[in-house]
Design a protein around this ligand. Structure first.
Ligand code: PEP
Length: 253
């Protein structure tokens, strides 16, 4: 069921300015040295809108891709103060966009709106990092699987280019809290998400599914044993090159 390629994706959230280029350079230097025949990694850094163009111009390397953290649902120029659409992201150099993050769901993003955003980003041939996850209340009521099913079915359609959609399972109660699910819970949930995706969209291939929520250089070893996890969406710890690099190194220890 596993995909051999492992993803390490940083979600910088509202962090970084032009000086943060040095973090990218440090991670890049690590990537040029960290070459093992048995390992294939994909490194993506999703940064604030203001840094996408600057980083892609300065970096000029295929070892790290730059992504965004959200987009508007319409690819037009129009009266949407403060918004940036997928076409603008594409032109700025982004290859990926995070959609459905719980921090944005908390601000009122619904499955329906996220679905429109996914469609507009796919229209621009961006790759999607689609976040799903249950709250603590939902978990305590044993609703995790039904929540995940609703999020998947509510925002994705069979006709979409499913190869461009990466799922990030991020339990809301785990984001920024230092808490992570138990190994047996993760195994069950990853198996559920992969099978649910195949079942819902009648595909032959299992989707790429990442884990996100309080991943750090210490707890990363817990995840190494779960072969269904195709990689990680890393928030706070991706804002430090040392922590981000140590996560990758320790994953393979
Ligand atoms: C996130 O916001 O996507 C995330 C995983 O955050 P953190 O790693 O800080 O919990």
């Amino acid at each position: 069921m596993t995909n051999k390629l492992k993803y390490f994706i940083g979600n910088w959230k509202m962090f970084g300015d032009f000086r943060s280029l040095k973090i990218i350079y440090q991670i890049h230097r690590f990537c040029t040295k960290f070459k093992r025949r048995d390992i294939k990694n994909k490194i993506i850094l999703c940064v604030p809108f203001t840094l996408i163009y600057f980083f892609t111009k300065k970096l000029k390397s295929k070892l790290i891709s730059i992504g965004a953290q959200n987009c508007h649902h319409r690819n037009i120029f129009g009266p949407f103060t403060g918004s940036v659409n997928a076409s603008m992201l594409k032109k700025a150099g982004a290859k990926y966009v995070i959609l459905g993050h719980s921090e944005n769901r908390l601000e009122g993003e619904t499955n329906r709106l996220i679905k429109k955003k996914i469609a507009s980003a796919l229209e621009q041939k961006l790759n999607i990092i689609f976040c799903i996850g249950e709250t603590l209340k939902e978990k305590s009521k044993n609703k995790t699987f039904s929540v995940l099913r609703n999020q998947i079915r509510g925002s994705i359609e069979k006709k979409y280019n499913l190869n461009k959609i990466i799922i990030a399972y991020e339990p809301v109660w785990s984001i920024g809290t230092g808490k992570i699910p138990k190994v047996y819970e993760l195994k069950k949930t990853f198996e559920f998400i992969k099978n649910e995706f195949k079942r819902s969209f009648k595909t032959k291939k299992f989707p790429v599914v990442l884990y996100g929520g309080s991943v750090n250089d210490i707890n990363i070893s817990v995840f190494s044993s779960i072969s269904d996890i195709d990689g990680f969406l890393i928030g706070g710890a991706s804002q430090s090159s040392k922590k981000f690099i140590d996560i990758i190194k320790n994953y393979y220890k």
